[in-house]
Write a protein that binds this ligand. Structure first.
Ligand SMILES: Cc1cc2nc3c(=O)[nH]c(=O)nc-3n(C[C@H](O)[C@H](O)[C@H](O)COP(=O)(O)OP(=O)(O)OC[C@H]3O[C@@H](n4cnc5c(N)ncnc54)[C@H](O)[C@@H]3O)c2cc1C
Ligand code: SF4
Length: 332
């Protein structure tokens, strides 16, 4: 691993000022915050990330889960994934989030991993993690080894000719269905970003993954008040039962009255270049009778624009079945 300066932040304004000196907050950033370290340190050992300065944010007072005045929930950036998944309010009111987090990684990793770190985790594309291979995300302009290579795990929605990497997060899929908001403190003040606008599609700049700029510190995430009477399910399909990323997953937050769907929020994981909210599936469901045929129609709508690569065409049907089954589970 290369050498770097390490410092512990004791107040967020100073941490932001240090990080604001970076040339970019995206791939190749020369200043990085570190929280749990479970993404960043791996990538530093592989020389995929080579920051000159690493700012430890674990001593900042960002580790609380609190109610918001409007009845929602505020989740600090350094709240550990295990504490969030096991919080009684999350288990009761935002069950899809608890289920999604607990389906990811391992207990040890979840004890270290944080809310903001999970939001900003990087793709598991094998070529991104191998500096001997071409990769537009790691080194813009070098090409994409995955398009003609090992792409079984990679994306079918939101891809471009420059990058087909999957966003690997489970937590973010649940947060997309819950319509979370990301709160950022930057060098010029604070701002709020709906989760749907936080991650970027790869387009011709796959090295840019989020809207963050140099100095931006994610301080917390808020969830809106829980939707009364909603049922929530996170279903994750993968090659083995634990310690594995999703091939396809579905987060469902659905409300039913009189046998008909009155509200639906749907997001997919394992198939998109970003956590994939599906307004198409939601529109198909609302007002319809709760039955298998309508669930399948919603799944068809969600995958209508899917573009398979050489090895991952199976994901289209897998994702449809995943969403159909998640809808059945949520309305049973
Ligand atoms: C073996 C393994 C299996 C895994 N399996 C899964 C899985 O099945 N599902 C899943 O969803 N995830 C999985 N993960 C990923 C894991 O969830 C992430 O590594 C973790 O959530 C990252 O959190 P962290 O706090 O450790 O981040 P760090 O490594 O500390 O940081 C990650 C990135 O976020 C930035 N960052 C951190 N905090 C802030 C902040 N407050 N503001 C701005 N930038 C910030 C850092 O600079 C860095 O770029 C797995 C990881 C491993 C190693
Ligand atoms: S899919 Fe993206 S991350 Fe993977 S090799 Fe291609 S450009 Fe790199």
């Amino acid at each position: 691993m290369h050498t770097f300066e390490f410092e512990r932040a004791t107040n967020s304004t100073a941490a932001v000022a240090t990080a604001a000196q970076a040339k970019t907050a995206q791939q190749g950033a020369d200043v990085r915050f570190v929280a749990g370290g479970t993404t960043l340190l791996d990538l530093m050992k592989l020389n995929v990330e080579t920051p000159a300065r690493v700012v430890d944010i674990n001593r900042l007072p960002l580790d609380r889960i609190e109610p918001t005045p409007d009845g929602g929930l505020k989740i600090g950036a350094t709240v550990r994934n295990s504490d969030l998944a096991n919080h009684p309010t999350v288990q009761r009111d935002y069950a899809v989030l608890s289920q999604a987090i607990l389906s990811g990684a391992s207990a040890q990793l979840r004890n270290m991993a944080t809310t903001a770190g999970n939001l900003l985790q990087r793709t598991r594309c094998v070529y991104f993690r191998d500096t001997a291979m071409p990769c537009n995300k790691r080194e813009p302009g070098t090409g994409c080894a995955a398009i003609t290579g090992a792409n079984r795990m990679l994306a079918i929605l939101g891809t471009s000719e420059h990058c087909i990497a999957t966003n690997p997060s489970d937590m973010c899929v649940a947060m997309a269905a819950l319509e979370a908001t990301i709160h950022v403190q930057g060098p010029t003040g604070t701002r709020v970003i709906p989760i749907g606008e936080f991650h970027l599609l790869p387009g011709s700049t796959p090295d840019r993954e989020t809207v963050l700029e140099p100095g931006d510190l994610v301080t917390h995430v808020t969830l809106p008040p829980p939707v009364a009477g909603s049922n929530q399910v996170y279903l994750k399909l993968r090659d083995r039962a634990s310690y594995e990323f999703a091939l396809a997953s579905a987060a469902v937050v659905i409300t039913v009255a009189g046998g008909k769907v009155t509200r639906a929020r749907i997001a997919l994981g394992g198939v998109g270049t970003k956590p994939w909210r599906s307004p198409e599936a939601e529109a198909v469901l609302v007002g319809q009778v709760v039955d298998q045929a309508n669930f399948r129609k919603a799944a068809e709508a969600a995958l209508r624009d899917a573009k398979p690569q050489s090895e991952n065409g199976f994901k289209i049907e897998l994702a449809k079945r995943c969403l159909t089954h998640a809808l059945q589970m949520a309305t049973a």
